[in-house]
Write a protein that binds this ligand. Structure first.
Ligand code: AMP
Ligand code: GLY
Length: 417
């Protein structure tokens, strides 16, 4: 079987690893991939945004299945183009991908089905921004309506900062073009990432996870794409998972069916576990990063490929997942300067002894230049450890962190808070 994987980050590295556990082993084409995925298949240097080239290659190479990692090509319609040519694709249509492409679309849909959510307001240029911001009891979270690669969410600590953030977003000063901004009640609690394999209104929950979004230890510093993840999430319970399924996931999937845009793909539901119960923080239309690096190793061999195939053919048929009970801890090593201005081209060395049965490295933002491994992105490497319990998984991952040289920054408390 020939499987094409779209993307080149840590998530796609984890996707390739999980696909490669199937027997017979599928042959993998990765667009564009990274130096880590080169060991698992063939990297192809195309831009994932060049839909014509990607679709053309999938057709020419007669791939049996395309698994799309990142959100941008989905929002741009990659899955629709592939399906139009009869190529099976694990990933939602452009219309269904609006759940991530527009924060307002997702919030309004959640409101329509009464999914427990923070209160929100939408503002645009010309509105009374000061009044909108101060309509909240505490300074709200400020979000661009569009895809912004994790940079569109701002969490100012005072009302004046919120106002400045809204104005900066609407003026395009943060490098993001958005005509509308969402203000949300700022929730407090522990975050949980729940990812479901979805097709035809049905949803199968993958092992759950916890991400750590702030750059610094103790959840300090700026918001990032995610500095590390653990699976399972110790704060989740079966009762909470049931509530998220019944009150958020199933009603929203049913509403998408009603809209004529059924969702087929991985639905990422980010929730805040508050004193009043789970509240919807965000919806993404893909696996999380770095959640995938912690979640996928907990699936039994071959199961991920089966899930992707079932999503692509629209038949989950009540599939049940058996999880590996051993916890996994994934620690992100980021380039100096991340998230604002990550330094590129810094040489990296990984000492001997890194990889064994319970530890491996997912490459994220690396490349080979003049025969040397160097940084080529914000999140550079993800060190993944597995253990009999969370403490052992952490220990294994952090011992691996010590084996990387290159001046990368990382959090010391992944899985500890
Ligand atoms: P988003 O891009 O919407 O996923 O938001 C990114 C991150 O910002 C989330 O994972 C949270 O850490 C934080 N965040 C988003 N919305 C809220 C909210 N309403 N209250 C508190 N934190 C939030
Ligand atoms: N880790 C959060 C995300 O993938 O959006």
């Amino acid at each position: 079987m020939r499987v094409m994987v779209i993307g080149g980050g840590g998530r796609e590295s984890a996707i390739c690893r999980a696909l490669a556990t199937a027997r017979p082993q599928p042959s993998l084409l990765i667009v564009p991939g990274n130096p880590g995925t080169a060991a698992l298949g063939t990297n192809i240097a195309l831009r994932t945004g060049d839909l014509d080239a990607v679709v053309g290659l999938a057709a020419r190479d007669k791939v049996d299945l395309v698994v799309v990692g990142p959100e941008q090509p989905l929002v741009a319609g990659l899955a629709d183009h592939l399906r139009a040519l009869g190529i099976r694709c694990c990933g939602p249509s452009a219309r269904a991908a609006q759940l991530e492409g527009s924060k307002i679309f997702a919030r309004e849909l959640a409101q329509r089905v009464d999914a427990p959510s923070p209160t929100f307001r939408v503002v645009a240029a010309g509105d009374d921004i000061a009044a909108a911001v101060r309509a909240f009891a505490t300074p709200p979270v400020v979000k661009a309506d569009v895809l912004a690669a994790g940079k569109g969410v701002l969490l100012p600590d005072d009302f004046a900062g919120c106002e400045r953030a809204v104005v900066a977003l609407l003026d395009g000063r943060l490098g993001i073009r958005t005509t509308r901004v969402v203000l949300e009640e700022r929730l407090r609690g522990v975050e949980a990432s729940l990812i479901y394999a979805c097709a035809g209104g049905e949803a199968v929950l993958l092992p759950h996870a916890r991400d750590h979004k702030r750059l610094g230890d103790g959840d300090q510093g700026p918001n990032t794409g995610g500095m590390g993840a653990i699976s399972p999430n110790p704060a989740m319970s079966a009762t909470v998972a049931h509530e998220v399924r019944c009150r958020i996931v199933e009603p929203m999937l049913a509403a998408m069916v009603d809209l004529g845009s059924p969702f087929a793909g991985f639905l990422f539901v980010g929730v805040m576990l508050t004193a009043e119960g789970p509240r919807l923080l965000e919806i993404n239309v893909r696996l999380g990063d770095p959640e995938a690096e912690a979640i996928l190793p907990r699936l039994k061999p071959g199961v991920f490929l089966e899930l992707c195939e079932r999503i692509a053919t629209g038949r989950l048929d009540g599939m049940r997942l058996e999880e590996d009970s051993r916890p996994v801890c994934a620690v992100v090593l980021a380039a100096p300067g991340y998230p604002e201005a990550p330094h590129a081209d810094l040489p990296l060395t990984i000492d001997a002894g890194m990889e064994h049965a319970d530890r491996w490295v997912d490459h994220a933002g690396t490349k080979v230049a003049n025969g040397r491994l160097v940084t080529a992105g914000g999140r550079v490497l993800v060190i993944v450890g597995r253990g009999a319990d969370l403490a052992r998984a952490r220990e294994t991952a952090y011992e691996g962190v010590e084996l990387v040289r290159g001046g990368l920054q990382y959090r010391h408390d992944i899985g500890r808070i």
